[in-house]
Ligand binder design. Sequence first.
Ligand SMILES: *Cc1c(COP(=O)(O)O)cnc(C)c1O
Length: 411
Amino acid sequence: MNEMSPVTVEEITFPSDQDSSGRTFGQEEIDLLTKVIQSGTLTATKGTMVKDFADTFAKMVGAKYAYACASGTAALHAAIAAVDPKPGDEIITTSITDMGAITPILYQGAIPVFADVDPVTMNVTPETIAKVISPKTKAIMVTHLFGNPAELAKIKALADKHKLALIEDCAQAFMAKENGRFVGTVGDVGCFSLQQGKHITAGEGGIVVTNDENVARRLRLFIDKAWGYGDPKPDHYFLAINYRMTELAGAVGLAQLGKLQFSVDQRRKMADRLSSQLEGLEGITLPVVADDAEHTYWRYCIMVDPTKIEGGPVALAGKLKAYNVASGPRYIQKPAFECQVLRDQVTFGDSKWPFTLARPEAVDYAPANFPGTYKALNEVLVLPWNERYVEKHIDHIAGAIRAQHKTLLKG
Ligand SMILES: *Cc1c(COP(=O)(O)O)cnc(C)c1O
């Protein structure tokens, strides 16, 4: 086959999570939105939609308390504020995640300390976390990347042993399970996002869940300026912000919850189909899911070994374009700590606070400390994924990868 010639596979377009082609919106969202508009009450402090949304989600994952908020970043910020670090306390996080999981740590005056990741799952592990625990560590924040749960039971045991709080970033991991439990319900706080490209969406939005009454109170207060609604003598109790979700977003979120299981089931079914079709390709590693875990595939990622496959993931991504198959080498351009805000410590004025309080080891971003991170970013190829993928999309992707794998395989 001529390298540049269009391939002989059928022309195909893929559903996108950036518009209705890859999403699940329908009459259910419109009906609840209409109800909100007709009621005239768009604020969650007076309406019921946001409360119904959060309560319904709490039941779905088996959490005692859930509160909705403005974004996944807001959810993570509330979680950190609930843990209540002192300036200079350390919060262990991951080098490969969304920046929304890191900047809230700095806003609360704490220091993000990066644990390395497993080079195949791209998740932090009990071992990489243990390495960076210090007397200043206040909490561990785990991102279940791409919907594949981290080793949660072991990380929880590690957190307990060192008396650390555990925050779970489940923005990409709705309904994923580890050890029989939904992610988000094992740590002290679980955080979810309803941004456009997540499993379900209200455009923007977030949820926090917890089983602890005191944590729940702090979460609820932080999202709403720490005003003690309903208390005998309400006041603004502590430094907090307005991160409330609107009733409009709550209406869409509530309708979307009815479709969450479909989204998860369909993503998983199609992922299993792709895995079975890609099995056995030399130099390609398929998603690795622990025996006791359930992956919910926000994205489907493979690892492409550049010592076996000419040009690695970049070359393969280039070849896949001719088949109309989009894919992203690297996922994020660079580890979080190489981003300008962290690298140059661009925070409040020219103060560099709170980095001024950090132990030198806590902000030592030497590449030698992060072998898993660099290996993963050099080998990962991320395939867009959503609940509207059906068999023909999977078979097309598999055919394209198998064909190009043959042409790029070395030796
Ligand atoms: C999307 C995402 C966030 C941030 O959520 P927003 O709703 O965009 O603020 C945080 N962490 C991870 C892992 C994410 O994927």
